[in-house]
Write a protein that binds this ligand. Structure first.
Ligand code: UDP
Length: 327
């Protein structure tokens, strides 16, 4: 772990990683990365690497846990043992249970759970590499995985944290800002700006808090654009595939038509000689078939011949004589 830096923001207003106070870390994501999941997303945000998978809606077992009027959302946030500098003890911890709970609650107002009574929607968020802001990274990835799974939602959920360093509010904390800063305020919100998750570590004034919410909205707007772009790219690719399929269909049907045309032409231009030739060939085939039958008969005859030849050798006719002799 690095020691606390003397300054987090330089004279030019740049942070330790070169960002301005209202800039998020570079983010990229890809959906549909897991074939067994109904929806999935791999997200990289700064040095964070997160994989989210969604299963469902599917029938919830045991049945006593089912909700009669809606689906249950289960959310599991987990940090891989190798995701941080010091190895994390595998299994749930107080921290991961808390993050799982608040993250699930961040989706409950958005997912149209009433459409699936008795069902469960499982969301798994696996942090593969952690570098501050993993709960918000996981929420962004989970939101995309839910969309990828085709789960009906009012809209996407985007999440980001705002913190305070050197007396200034900063968007999307990096590791030193998270570790040594004066405040850490992770938030998640809908595309309409409705806040679905809000936590706070540290101290800020009321005015700073209001500004923090606005700054976070700005961050979530940037993230929402990336999320929408990712979805658009996937569907554009799908459309391209469909279009190329259609093109293939057109080619195939054109090919079939031209083949049929040429067949018709062949039939009309087929002269009697051709037909006769064909018939001759058929005759020949018949002859060959007859020959085959004959040859089988020949073979049977030859077996008979062999038998006939062998019979005198065995000299069965002599046996009674022998018998008579022995008798
Ligand atoms: N972290 C760690 N070990 C832990 C938990 C967290 O090294 O057991 C690191 C990790 O890089 C994480 C950061 O501390 O991203 C901040 O953790 P926090 O609890 O604030 O959650 P986060 O910001 O990741 O949502």
């Amino acid at each position: 772990m690095s020691d606390k830096p003397e300054k987090f923001i330089d004279e030019k207003g740049l942070r330790l990683d070169g960002r301005r106070v209202n800039e998020i870390r570079p983010m990229k994501m890809e959906i549909g990365v897991l074939s067994r999941a109904d929806g999935s997303c791999y997200l990289e945000w700064g040095k964070n690497k997160v994989l989210a998978a969604v299963y469902g809606p599917r029938e919830l077992h045991p049945r006593r846990l089912q909700k009669a009027d809606s689906a249950l959302i289960r959310y599991r946030y987990n940090m891989a043992a190798f995701s941080v500098e010091d190895r994390i003890r595998p299994g749930p911890s107080r921290r991961s249970i808390e993050i799982s709970k608040v993250s699930r609650e961040a989706f409950e107002p958005v997912v149209l759970t009433h459409l699936y009574p008795g069902a469960v929607i499982d969301v798994f968020a696996e942090v593969l590499q952690a570098d501050a802001g993993t709960r918000t990274a996981a929420i962004n990835a989970a939101s995309m995985a839910l969309a990828d799974a085709g789960i009906p939602m009012k809209g996407l959920v985007s999440a980001c944290a705002v913190g305070k360093v050197d007396g200034q509010l900063v968007l999307d904390l990096n590791k030193p800002e998270d570790n040594y800063g004066d405040a850490d305020i992770p938030m998640a919100m809908t595309s309409e700006g409705e806040i679905t998750l809000l936590q706070m570590d540290g101290d800020v004034t009321q005015e700073e808090f209001k500004q923090a919410v606005e700054l976070c909205k700005e961050g979530c707007r940037q993230i929402l654009e990336i999320q929408k772009e990712t979805l658009k790219n996937k569907f554009t690719k799908l459309e391209e595939v469909e279009v190329s399929d259609e093109e293939e269909d057109v080619d195939v049907s054109a090919l079939v038509e031209s083949t049929l045309d040429s067949l018709e032409e062949d039939e009309t231009s087929e002269d009697v000689e051709d037909i006769e030739e064909e018939m001759e060939v058929e005759d020949l085939e018949d002859v060959e078939a007859e020959d085959e039958v004959e040859s089988v008969e020949d073979q049977e005859d030859s077996f008979r011949d062999v038998d006939e030849v062998e019979i005198p050798e065995n000299n069965d006719e002599d046996v009674p004589e022998d018998d008579e002799e022995t008798a």
